[in-house]
Design a protein around this ligand. Structure first.
Ligand code: AMP
Ligand code: MG
Length: 305
């Protein structure tokens, strides 16, 4: 197939970049079976064409979402350190009007946040109707870092009687129920796990160390967490298989090639918004004579030559 032909059909149907990475059979989900180095048969140039087309579509869809003011979209970004969460978010944001979008980065909880249940800080950060909310990390950390480090759980001051061996199963249930509740109220939830290989993480850490301009991104703690790689992967395996649902699906995004990760993410968002298909509010017919009167009045105010 010539390049011209292949790119001619690119912008239309993006499902080939969405479906393979969506977790549709959670019971049989195996993180290890999802690729980290997939490129979807694209080269960088073809990927750029898709990204440009997706950006235009996203721009239009977001304007309609905002104008309709009914639905909202919650995008959750997770992944190991250096998986590319920040740059993926930067890229998504690039296509949309900042007025219709909020980004929240979730860090180690503050003492005020620890005075509440763990979903509280997320609940107050949820997107309003008509808006797109982006979570850079999220309440999913409660199933991951908190599970890998039991001492974090101990600091949450949950009454000890309530902390049993069922705690992770209970959190899976509560998070799934929370997301179902959101979906029933008009928030469409999409979750992205940026899936990098351990080798790619090693190279990205090295890059951060070798370039002084990137030192700020490097933390010694990241190396310690890298040592716990297998524990993190096991926690993700369990979390994704227990919290993937039709109303809040996980997408395991191959993230070794950042440009392909962007294709998957932007295609998934475009597809979800096209399914919502937001429309501009209809102007009340009865108001149109009024509009005409105002229009004439404004015309009459024109400065005299
Ligand atoms: P970064 O995203 O690199 O700025 O790092 C944020 C840090 O906050 C990561 O080490 C996360 O594991 C940590 N973090 C985020 N949410 C939580 C949470 N709920 N409990 C404990 N640590 C968290
Ligand atoms: Mg970091």
């Amino acid at each position: 197939m010539s390049k011209k032909n292949s790119s001619a059909k690119l912008p239309g149907d993006v499902s080939a970049f969405v479906r393979p990475f969506r977790v549709s059979d959670p019971q049989r989900f195996r993180l290890k079976q999802f690729p980290t180095d997939e490129k979807g048969g694209l080269d960088k140039e073809q990927a750029q064409e898709i990204l440009d087309a997706n950006r235009d579509r996203l721009n239009d869809l977001q304007e309609r979402l905002y104008a309709e003011d009914r639905w909202s979209l919650l995008l959750i970004f997770q992944g190991m350190d250096a998986a590319g969460k920040d740059s993926a978010i930067e890229h998504v944001m690039h296509g949309i009007n900042p007025q219709g979008c909020d980004v929240h980065s979730f860090k180690v909880p503050s003492s005020k946040e620890l005075d509440h249940d763990y979903l509280w800080r997320s609940a107050i950060a949820l997107p309003e109707r008509g808006r797109i909310g982006i979570f850079n990390r999220s309440y999913y950390e409660e199933l991951i870092v908190v599970r890998v480090h039991p001492e974090i759980l101990a600091k949450q001051r949950i009454p000890s009687k309530l902390v049993t061996r069922n705690i992770w199963r209970e959190r899976f249930e509560d998070i799934s129920a929370f997301e179902r509740y959101l979906s029933r109220n008009g928030t469409v939830v999409l979750k992205f796990f940026l899936h990098v290989s351990k080798e790619e993480q090693r190279q990205r850490f090295l890059e951060r160390l070798e370039e002084p301009a990137k030192w700020w991104k490097f933390s010694m703690g990241d190396v310690a967490e890298r040592g716990l790689w297998d524990k993190y992967q096991a926690a993700w395996q369990d979390a994704i298989s227990h919290t993937s649902s039709a109303h809040a699906p996980w997408h395991v995004v191959p993230a070794d090639y950042k440009w392909f990760a962007r294709v998957v993410i932007s295609s998934t968002i475009v597809q979800a918004l096209e399914k919502i298909d937001p429309t501009f509010p209809k102007v009340d017919k009865k108001a149109s004579p009024e509009y005409e009167r105002v229009r004439r009045a404004l015309l009459a105010e024109a400065p005299k030559p």
